[in-house]
Ligand binder design. Sequence first.
Ligand SMILES: CC(C)(COP(=O)(O)OP(=O)(O)OC[C@H]1O[C@@H](n2cnc3c(N)ncnc32)[C@H](O)[C@@H]1OP(=O)(O)O)[C@@H](O)C(=O)NCCC(=O)NCCS
Length: 184
Amino acid sequence: MQYFKRYRMVCDLAQIVVDRVELPPGYVAVPWSEGLLERHANVKFHSFRNEIDSGVFPCLGDLYGCIRLMQEISTQGGFCPSATWLIVRENGTELQDCGTIQGLQTSGGLGSIQNVGVIPDSRQLGLGKALVKLAIGHFQELGLKEATLEVTASNQAALMLYHRLGFRIVRTMYRSVPQNEALL
Ligand SMILES: CC(C)(COP(=O)(O)OP(=O)(O)OC[C@H]1O[C@@H](n2cnc3c(N)ncnc32)[C@H](O)[C@@H]1OP(=O)(O)O)[C@@H](O)C(=O)NCCC(=O)NCCS
């Protein structure tokens, strides 16, 4: 078995002011519709496949695993279409999908953020922050008090992203993955 240290993080939605979500020139945020499922899965795959989380959740390192995951998320009772976004880059006539996020409302009434992913070429441009803000804005409209997510402790970029947005660590846990399933 391989063990991955993970954190649960939460943020108090009343303390966060989501100002206008700015994207770099050429990038647009596209709201969820069922026809976008495979595009979300494809961006998820390209965002996670060489990253630590594809060792923690091997399905993230496999396109069909990402399609199944998107099917599972989008058919759950708590799925929040309005907290689920795709970021697309318009480059002349070409469109490139660059980022994805999904939101769920838990049975305990929390807004849960799932699988924020930005493809390597589009990182450190503010897209990850924009995706989380879009989801948070919707949780606030729903009147939810807290947002929650889980992150692998060694994922510095993600930890920094969430920390900057006001998330704090509330719990440490370990996920075990059979050694032959972990890719990293
Ligand atoms: C984590 C991830 C979504 C961040 O996306 P991103 O678009 O590069 O992030 P942003 O450009 O919006 O940066 C947000 C903040 O995090 C910080 N940050 C981003 N990448 C960082 C890095 N590699 N190292 C340190 N800080 C980093 C930025 O400084 C920024 O803070 P600031 O605006 O206050 O300066 C992206 O790296 C990714 O997709 N990683 C692989 C998939 C993954 O692990 N997802 C998280 C699952 S929990």
